[in-house]
Write a protein that binds this ligand. Structure first.
Ligand code: B12
Ligand code: SF4
Ligand code: SF4
Length: 349
């Protein structure tokens, strides 16, 4: 790869050493006004559901310098995670990003290591790694940096991996010229693989709950990913049958995306959580808090909490028409009233 700037070249080298591929560097700047207007509208319409942390961080989201005022440049990363789908023993699907190690740890640690190396070489004094859990609109930065383009499923589509990338950023107090890694070229045609959704609507068509209310727009209140991971409490009854056998997250609008169909397999990078293939959904209903913590240590699945996972397992069992005796036990004597109620619903199904 050609680098006009020696400092950018060094950042790319150090990134490689910690297991990251530098995709772009952009100067700290304000996000376009129309992006922020859309975010405000989204929040106003209640589409963020109970994710209050998004609204709470709104005041610093338009410009990272309102959060970390020393930021001069943002280095952008996109870690591929494509792999075959996975499920609990006998059925009960888990989103692919959650089948192995937690990217918040894996990507977060690599960004931290990169920042420390840059500091050791006196290139930066201040840095901050971000992935997911930071007041940063990650997809907007990735789009500004030409890491990928906006898909109708709202995800950033990477030229090589389609939607199957997880985003991370390193904020730095170092001024640098804009840099974008050249997109991969197709081996046969040598054409740059850069595109847009065009007339495709596969993700909108496949979404079982209608969460993609129109192209590029999502209503989190309807999204299975939100309902199974972020939502606490009872799942709206009218959505339960539509959730099928998704127990943690949902990949449907990623799976159908043609831009991801040729992505290579990255299962080895992420490993596989044994507990997923070891437990049946029925087994999850009897898990204790200690067993849950041990079995899912280092897994994104812990985010749902034991009660949340058991609630989701009830819905999936109801939809799979399985687990009668275990559901009866749970409906009668589970300590969590939410799990009891979802078990009763599943039995009625
Ligand atoms: C909250 C959140 C969710 C919520 C809401 C999803 C969403 N699309 O916003 C829920 C829980 C539903 C969710 C689900 C998932 N998530 Co999520 N999520 C986030 C998080 C933390 C914040 C996103 C956010 O701020 N949304 C705000 C709303 C307003 O965004 P929006 O609806 O897309 O609206 C924007 C557009 O309208 C845009 N816009 C700008 N210009 C234009 C122009 C036009 C024409 C239009 C129409 C729109 C538009 O402006 C708005 C404001 O930015 C980010 C991490 C981060 N810090 O950024 C990860 C993130 C987006 N999630 C990610 C992933 C992997 C997922 C799942 C695939 C996980 C799974 N398998 O279950 C699903 C996918 C569901 C989907 N189709 O989005 C990845 C996506 C990577 C990628 N390739 O893009 C991220 C970036 C995390 C990461 N670090 O990698 N997620
Ligand atoms: S993750 Fe599933 S429920 Fe959410 S928008 Fe995509 S297809 Fe719909
Ligand atoms: S499935 Fe089709 S419409 Fe949806 S993001 Fe992929 S290319 Fe775009």
């Amino acid at each position: 790869m050609e680098f006009a700037c020696p400092q950018t070249k060094r950042i790319a080298e150090l990134a490689n050493e910690v297991g990251l591929e530098l995709r772009a560097i952009i100067p700290a700047q304000k996000l376009p006004a129309d992006v922020m207007t859309r975010l405000d509208q989204w929040l106003l319409e209640g589409r963020a559901a109970e994710m209050d942390y998004i609204g709470a961080a709104r005041s610093v989201m338009g410009d990272v310098r309102d959060w970390k005022r020393w930021t001069r440049s943002i280095a952008l990363f996109a870690l591929p995670y494509h792999r075959a789908g996975g499920e609990f023993r006998g059925g009960g699907r888990v989103a692919r990003y959650a089948l192995g190690r937690d990217y918040h740890n894996l990507l977060g640690k690599r960004l931290e290591r990169l920042g420390k190396r840059l500091r050791r070489e006196n290139m930066v004094q201040n840095f901050r790694g971000c992935t997911d859990a930071a007041p940063v609109l990650e997809r907007e930065w990735a789009i500004l940096g030409n890491v990928g383009w906006r898909g109708k499923n709202t995800l950033v589509l990477d030229p090589a991996y389609g939607p199957w990338v997880l985003l991370g950023e390193l904020l730095m107090d170092l001024e640098l010229p804009t840099f974008t890694a050249p997109p991969p070229t197709d081996a046969d045609s040598k054409q740059k693989r850069w595109a847009s959704c065009g007339s495709c609507t596969a993700c909108l068509d496949v979404c079982p709950t209608g969460a993609l209310t129109s192209a590029y727009e999502i209503d989190a209140r309807l999204c299975i990913s939100y309902l199974t991971i972020e939502h606490r409490g009872s799942i709206p009854v009218e959505l339960r049958a539509k959730m099928g056998d998704w127990v943690f997250g949902c990949d449907l609008c990623s799976e159908v995306c043609p831009f991801g169909h040729h992505a290579d397999d990255h299962a080895e990078d992420w490993g596989t959580k044994d507990a997923i293939s070891a437990f049946r959904l029925e087994d999850l209903l009897a898990l204790t808090a200690d067993e849950f913590a041990t079995a899912f240590a280092g897994s994104p699945i812990r985010r749902a909490g034991l009660g949340g996972l058991q609630r989701n397992a009830c819905v999936a069992l109801g939809n799979l028409k399985r687990g009668g005796p275990e559901l009866e036990d749970a409906a009668r004597s589970h300590t969590d009233p939410i799990v009891r109620e979802h078990a009763s619903w599943a039995l009625a199904e």
